[in-house]
Design a protein around this ligand. Structure first.
Ligand SMILES: CC(C)(COP(=O)(O)OP(=O)(O)OC[C@H]1O[C@@H](n2cnc3c(N)ncnc32)[C@H](O)[C@@H]1OP(=O)(O)O)[C@@H](O)C(=O)NCCC(=O)NCCS
Length: 315
């Protein structure tokens, strides 16, 4: 992706043009000031820290007056206009680059819609947009983003064994040198769930494998969610692939446990799950799936070969 489309450039510029000249100056200063602290915070386990750095830069530039959603939107638009340069520096594989036009169209439409309606900038969307526009997280498919550096500490792997969920994961973790190498981490974008499907998830894991090939310092990719919970195999069988495909390919899974956020998310779209959660029949638990690159890359190579073969047969 070498440039933005004309329509994308016009949309991002229009977001900035809604501001006064003084406000635009604040955004321009913050767009420089926030970059280093946002980058420095990006590999922390707290996904929101780069957005906190952006808020801090906007507020400081205004003399400590805090910030507004209009300034936040203009800051993301400013970084989006600069995105081709950052993408080039990141040396991303074609598996990732192919998704930028789609994500940039979605971002432009989201910012434009929110600017027109004055809708509140949801904190999770703000955190995701800061990471995306600074290339701290990159597209893995149409629904999944991939953080380029995330830690996976040994504590939860040891707790998983101690609490009776198995010790084989510790061996896999040690083999992957998981405590000293950064991991990619996958997230779901709830604003566009086009690829929340088996092919979409396979694509996201394949994109991760392609990044791992270019960045030998990585350990593999992790993902943490309620949708890896084993009881879903009977409650929501169409979701079983989410856990089983990585496990079949060589991933391991770590128990994280229940929490209100996991119950809220698991019940958000499914009346079946919501009913079972409300009646106490089902308590959603979060799990961390970790797929070391030693098995992820061969899995992706096999998938690519099978896809090429299928294409040849269809031709
Ligand atoms: C993750 C998420 C996108 C999955 O949504 P989804 O693909 O629609 O899957 P769901 O199982 O929730 O389906 C919801 C309803 O759509 C229908 N549906 C979904 N897939 C279907 C299919 N293949 N065929 C027929 N109906 C289907 C069903 O009516 C289902 O309700 P039910 O479970 O009571 O039968 C959604 O749950 C979500 O946005 N959750 C909140 C945010 C979140 O959890 N993000 C991840 C953070 S880790």
């Amino acid at each position: 992706m070498e440039t933005l489309s004309t329509a994308q450039i016009a949309a991002f510029k229009a977001i900035r043009d809604r501001l006064s000249a003084e406000e635009r100056a604040v955004v321009d200063i913050a767009s420089v000031e926030a970059v280093y602290p946002a980058r420095a915070a990006a590999s922390h386990w707290n996904f929101d820290l780069p957005a906190h750095a952006a808020d801090e830069a906007l507020s400081q530039t205004r003399g400590g007056e805090g910030t507004t959603d209009a300034l936040r939107r203009a800051l993301v638009a400013t970084w989006a206009l600069e995105l081709p340069g950052r993408v080039k520096d990141a040396d991303l594989p074609p598996e990732v680059l192919q998704f930028y036009p789609f994500w940039l169209d979605k971002l432009a439409a989201f910012l434009t819609g929110a600017a027109e309606t004055g809708a509140e900038y949801d904190r999770d969307h703000w955190a995701k947009d800061v990471r995306f526009s600074l290339v701290l997280s990159v597209p893995g498919a149409k629904t999944q983003t991939i953080d380029l550096s995330s830690p996976m500490g040994p504590g939860q792997v040891v707790r998983n064994g101690r609490d009776g969920y198995g010790w084989s994961q510790l061996i896999a973790y040690v083999k992957a040198q998981g405590w000293k190498k950064p991991w990619l981490e996958v997230h779901t974008e709830s604003r566009h769930t086009d690829d929340f499907s088996e092919p979409g998830w396979d694509q996201a894991w394949a994109s991760a494998a392609a990044i791992c090939k270019r960045r030998p310092e990585l350990a593999g990719m992790i993902g943490s969610s309620w949708f890896y919970d084993p009881p879903l195999e009977t409650i929501s069988p169409r979701m079983a692939y989410l856990r089983l495909n990585p496990l079949k390919g060589g991933a391991f899974i770590i128990h994280q446990g229940p929490g209100q956020i996991h119950s809220d998310r698991a019940g958000a779209t499914s009346p079946t799950r919501r009913g079972m959660i409300e009646s106490g029949e089902y308590l959603p638990r979060s799990w961390l799936v970790a797929w070391p690159k030693s098995t992820l890359i061969p899995w992706a190579d096999k998938r690519a070969a099978a896809m090429a073969e299928a294409e040849k047969e269809a031709a």
